[in-house]
Design a protein around this ligand. Structure first.
Ligand code: FES
Length: 101
């Protein structure tokens, strides 16, 4: 199901908003005007990816510096490690993500 998580002006390019729904955390990121959504919890040891360092389409967890491709969720340099990514759409001024029901 689609849920609204922000307005377009709320997440500037290079920034992220963390959204919690039903005990799951999502990191919604603006990469050069396009919005993407990945799981917020780092699979290494549970750091918040949404609090990470965003450079272009890469987000770096600040706990131990694992890096993930924001567009795919894949760990940079290790495609066997991945965080889930979720579809994002714009409905007018609303940023919506598609999450499990
Ligand atoms: S918890 Fe993210 S790199 Fe260790």
């Amino acid at each position: 199901m689609w849920i609204s998580v922000a307005t377009v002006n709320e997440i500037a390019p290079g920034k992220c908003k963390v959204v919690t729904r039903r005990n799951l955390e999502y990191a919604v990121v603006n990469v050069a005007g396009e919005y993407y959504c990945i799981d917020n919890i780092c699979p290494h040891a549970g750091g918040s990816l949404g609090d990470g360092i965003i450079e272009d389409d890469c987000i770096t967890c600040t706990w131990h510096y694992w890096q993930f491709d924001i567009k795919s969720g894949e760990m940079c340099g290790n495609q066997h490690v991945k965080v889930a990514s979720y579809p994002v759409r714009l409905q007018g001024e609303e940023v919506q993500i598609e999450v499990p029901t």
